[in-house]
Design a binder for this molecule. Structure first.
Ligand code: C2E
Ligand code: CA
Ligand code: CA
Length: 687
């Protein structure tokens, strides 16, 4: 065989050897051996340059002809020189090895073909080395990856993106039960997803009920070491994060004082509830509750009391069966209850329960305290399907209730909206009148008549508002709003001053013992400076304090006994008489009333309305009359409209009567003509 043919044969055999399995050393040794068939030098080796690059050592050596003693196993790079031919081998572009052929004397020359052959062999060795090295580094980087993944504080599973074959799982994914369960479930979800790639990869939050822990599993696309398309699932314990989140959510959605949901939560819940009610063609209801006189309780008794009261009311509302998770505090003293369609049919019972709850006193710092509320309701989606709309309408209905008295409830109806526009109108006009035109407020006087003599004994001062902008209004149209807005003090002071002046005028002009009753609102009474204020006005007008009667409503008197006693005693020290107004509308017991230094008890009109047919009411009046004699208190019965009522009350021993039967409230000048001049002798006056 000619040498060229031999060369080609050998090379092609070498190339085939590349396919063989085996270690690098084995493969290279065989190549060296094979190459010698052509070169026939009997010696070839592969030498590796040391790490510092200064020396070269043989790593694979093939010898056939030469005596091993004649060949140095280690050459210096220079020594290689003419004794051998060396071909450089590069790996990753760095000179890493030499392919060296030696064995002929220095005088012998290698042919061009032989040199070319050696170059080819070197290239082949280089390519084997390069592949092996790459594979090695892949293997080692896979090991490193394993290490990294195992030490990560998360469960990791790598699996085929299409059939779920698991390529890898770290210790945590394998050994921690809750993570194992979680990954299994998350992978099921992942593989059942049908959406776009990005959607499929969205993280899954999973609660593992058995351990009580929360996990988040994330998915990332990767190409695995062997080139397959994989998904890497990482499962992390997010329990702490979840807890913090829940805490933040709780804080964002709950009222810190009462623990009820707050306004924000109310609005977002309501939005969903209205929406689903509309979809299902059902109805729901929003109850708006506003406490009566809360501002005064808070300012008067102190915030500690106010806070405790709010907490008790919140707990009370939650205790009403069926609405535990439907209660919201909107801020201040406003509460909302959302009656979802599921509990809508139970609305009458729930409303009744709430009213009943406020009919009982609250226990505040060891004192029984009455605090009533006004409640309004609007129905969704009928009245409004808008979140703010429905709240506003229920608020309007609430205000209508407030106007009619304490602890009332009303449904929203259209006319109320008109009233609200009026209410806003009243508000701005009232503020203006108080600031600039206080004498738009006029004081009328209604006679109080002595039953025995049937003559005027005293009178009650009753305010009216003759508004330029809105016309003439009775107190029912603006007093509740004035109380609500905190404007009652200004109006009340003005009425007291006017009445004191009028009293002094009548006292100085022929009726020295004539008395005038003036109403004090609970709001005024709870002002810290109420005693000083009344004192200042009486001094300023020069009235004889003994001729002024301050009417205090029962709803004030039944609250916080010690405090009420303190205020009443403080007022009494200034010289006026004290009357308990609206008796019979509240909850006070006679025993309780006995403890108050009262001069007069005014029995409310509602008590008298049906008295001629109501034996219980008659017995009650008789009892009060008896009691009043023992505690030296006079009884005035209000709202007497008929002769029949008058006769009956007279027979029951009532001392004084006030009512349309004897006269409506009128202006001072008219009162003077009708009730004072000519009709009364000086000594008939109330005493
Ligand atoms: P009140 O203190 O119970 O006053 C008695 C109310 O009953 C008066 O209504 C009076 O006009 C009315 N009345 C008297 N007799 C009869 C009767 O035979 N039949 C009927 N149907 N009504 C009768 P008015 O003047 O509308 O006052 C209503 C309420 O407004 C008063 O009730 C009082 O709580 C409040 N108010 C009136 N003036 C003032 C005031 O200057 N300050 C404060 N804080 N409240 C006032
Ligand atoms: Ca009164
Ligand atoms: Ca009254």
């Amino acid at each position: 065989m000619d040498s060229l043919k031999l060369k080609d044969k050998v090379l092609s055999e070498i190339v085939q050897m590349l396919e063989l399995e085996g270690t690098f050393t084995e493969v290279v040794y065989n190549i060296l051996k094979k190459s010698d068939e052509y070169l026939n030098t009997g010696n070839a080796s592969l030498m590796q340059i040391s790490e510092d690059g200064k020396s070269v050592g043989t790593i694979i050596d093939y010898k056939s002809k030469m005596d091993s003693d004649n060949v140095q196993s280690v050459f210096s790079a220079d020594e290689c020189g003419s004794a051998c031919v060396t071909m450089p081998i590069y790996i990753n572009e760095t000179l890493a090895m030499y392919y060296a052929v030696s064995g002929r004397g220095a005088e012998e020359n290698y042919s061009k073909e032989q040199l070319q052959f050696m170059k080819d062999v070197a290239k082949l060795i280089q390519s084997i080395a390069q592949t092996k090295v790459t594979r090695n580094s892949l293997l080692s980087s896979y090991e490193v990856l394993r290490e990294i993944l195992s030490s990560i504080d998360a469960g990791i599973i790598v699996c085929n993106r299409y059939d779920g074959t698991v390529f890898f799982e770290n210790d945590m994914a394998r050994d921690t039960q809750e993570i194992r369960r979680t990954i299994k479930e998350c992978l099921e979800i992942y593989f059942s997803r049908q959406e776009s790639r990005d959607e499929v990869k969205r993280p899954i939050e999973h609660y593992d009920a058995e351990s009580g822990l929360w996990f988040e599993t994330k998915f990332a696309d990767m190409t695995w070491i062997d080139g397959s398309k994989v998904v890497v699932c990482t499962t992390n314990d997010i329990t702490q994060k979840k807890k913090n989140q829940q805490k933040i959510e709780y804080q964002a959605h709950n009222d810190f004082l009462t623990g009820l949901y707050n306004r924000m939560k109310c609005e977002s819940d309501l939005r969903m509830i209205i929406k689903s009610a509309m979809t299902d063609g059902l109805k729901g209801l929003l109850l708006f509750i506003d406490l009566d006189d809360f501002k005064q309780i808070n300012d008067g008794l102190g915030h500690e009391y106010g806070d405790v009261l709010l907490q008790q009311i919140a707990a009370g509302l939650q205790g009403v069966p069926g609405i535990r998770n439907h209660c919201y505090r909107m801020g201040g003293d406003e509460f909302v209850i959302i009656m979802t369609p599921e509990i809508y049919n139970d609305r009458e019972r729930i409303i009744k329960n709430i009213i009943a709850m406020f009919n009982k006193p609250w226990n505040l710092m060891e004192t029984e305290y009455y605090c009533t509320m006004s409640m309004g309701a609007a129905i969704f989606p009928t009245d409004s399907a808008d979140v703010h709309g429905i709240i506003r309408l229920a608020d309007i209905a609430m205000y209508e209730s407030k106007k009619t008295g304490k602890n009332r409830f009303s449904y929203y109806d259209n006319s109320q909206n008109r009233n609200t526009i009026k209410r806003l109108d009243i508000e701005s006009n009232m503020r203006q009148a108080i600031a600039n035109e206080i004498n738009e407020f006029v004081v009328f006087y209604q006679p109080v008549v002595d039953v025995k003599t049937q003559r005027t004994a005293s009178c009650e001062a009753l305010v009216r508002w003759n508004s330029k902008a809105l016309g003439f209004m009775g107190p029912g149209d603006f007093i509740p709003l004035a109380e609500y807005l905190g404007l009652i003090t200004s109006i009340g002071d003005y009425v007291l001053e006017t009445a004191c002046r009028q009293c002094r005028y009548w006292n100085d002009n022929g009726y020295p013992d004539f008395r005038i009753n003036v109403n004090l609102s609970v709001v005024q009474l709870l002002q810290k400076d109420v005693v000083d204020n009344v004192s200042r006005i009486m001094e300023k007008t020069g009235v004889n304090p003994a001729n002024i009667v301050l009417e205090i409503t029962e709803s004030f008197a039944i609250n916080d006994m010690e405090r009420v006693l303190g205020i009443i005693k403080g007022l009494k020290r200034l010289g006026p008489k004290i009357a308990l107004d609206d008796f019979g509308t509240g909850y006070s017991s006679l025993n309780y009333i006995k403890q108050l230094p009262l001069d007069i008890i005014k029995v409310d009109k509602t008590f008298i309305d049906g008295i001629t047919e109501d034996e219980y009411a008659q017995a009650f009046i008789r009892l009060i009359v008896e009691l009043s004699n023992t505690i030296d208190t006079k009884i005035v019965v209000e709202g007497v409209e008929t002769q029949e009522q008058f006769e009956l009350l007279k027979s029951l021993g009532v001392n004084y009567i006030q009512g349309y039967y004897f006269g409506k409230p009128v202006m001072a000048s008219e009162f003077e003509i009708k009730n004072l001049k000519g009709r009364m002798k000086k000594n008939d006056y109330f005493n």
